[in-house]
Design a protein around this ligand. Structure first.
Ligand code: NAP
Length: 280
């Protein structure tokens, strides 16, 4: 079997194009230009690149971005103050705190300083609860993008066995909740999971969110499985060994060009959603 590739690039471009149209409409009809604030603590090269990519996509979609760079020595209190100021600023509609943040910062305290109405990256407890209860709210962007990708490729999670490898608050955990909300039978795996290969062998849908290059191999997979590789490791390498997985999976996201573009598209879409709601 050779897997069909689930590319995200075209779908993401469509979402961004629709988002740009809505942004133009908001400006024309309500005089509101959507604005995303990006907050970066320190100068981690990968984070600098991600923020630049996001701002660049904003500009192309007619969304303003306001960048707030903070020194690597920033304290939790200083970061919380900066995020609260953006939360209170009516000209800012969405706030993105680029993570990971330096070790001295209490990341949860920082995330909670973001007004849930501007939490377009879906990182606050409020957004997390909305995802868990299946209520309206901002999705965590990567899991939200993955659900859109599954829909576009007509993968219905209902009744499917889904294995999510990784349980981070921004990726693995919300991913499992979104799949559960769509009636998948979800198993979370993590660093303390025993017999991961046995669980993977039963999975109709696998989401790899581990942060380890080529961690999941083709022989781990159930033949015909839908395999979503959310991993993005140095050298454009995913968490799935694409060479062997391609011979076993039914559908497989490429890295790059799979999940990554969807994440940014959902971020922009949710920023325009937030701007639209701010004028209602
Ligand atoms: P993270 O916070 O480091 O979490 C990694 C997860 O993997 C943890 O839950 C960890 O388990 C689990 N894990 C580690 N070793 C394992 C093992 N041997 N077996 C099973 N599980 C194991 O990472 P993250 O932020 O979720 O990111 C994961 C990957 O997704 C990274 O490659 C990242 O670059 C990528 N990512 C991509 C996008 C995108 O837009 N494409 C966005 C975000 C992240 P414990 O909880 O037990 O430690």
């Amino acid at each position: 079997m050779t897997a069909r590739l689930m590319t995200g690039t075209d779908l993401a471009n469509e979402i961004v194009e629709r988002t740009a149209q809505r942004a133009r409409g908001l400006l024309r009809d309500r005089g509101v230009r959507p604005c995303l604030a990006t907050v970066l603590v320190g100068e981690d090269p990968a984070s600098v690149t991600y923020v630049a990519m996001k701002r660049n996509r904003c500009a192309k979609a007619g969304i303003d971005s306001r960048h707030v760079p903070l020194p690597a020595t920033t304290t939790t209190a200083e970061l919380v103050r900066a995020l609260r100021a953006l939360s209170a600023d009516p000209s800012v509609h969405g706030i993105l705190l680029q993570h990971p943040v330096p070790a001295q910062i209490d990341e949860r305290a920082a995330f909670e300083a973001i007004d849930p109405a501007k939490d377009v990256d879906g990182v606050t407890m409020s957004s997390f609860a909305a995802m868990a209860f299946g209520l309206p709210g901002f999705a965590s962007c990567t899991p939200g993008g993955i659900m859109r990708l599954l829909d576009a490729y007509q993968v219905d999670p209902a009744g499917q066995r889904a294995v999510v490898v990784g349980r981070s608050p921004i990726l693995g955990k919300p991913m499992g909740m979104l799949l559960l909300a769509r009636d998948a039978t979800v198993t979370y795996c993590h660093s303390r999971t025993v017999a991961l290969p046995e669980l993977l062998a039963t999975a109709d849908i696998v989401v790899a969110a581990v942060g380890r290059p080529r961690f999941i191999k083709g022989h781990d997979l159930k033949p015909g499985a839908v395999v979503i590789d959310a991993g993005y490791n140095p050298g454009n390498v995913g968490d799935v060994d694409s060479g062997t997985a391609r011979e076993r999976a039914g559908l497989l996201t490429p890295v790059p060009g799979g999940v990554g573009p969807m994440t940014i598209a959902v971020l922009l879409e949710q920023t325009v959603d937030a701007a639209a709601r701010s004028t209602e």
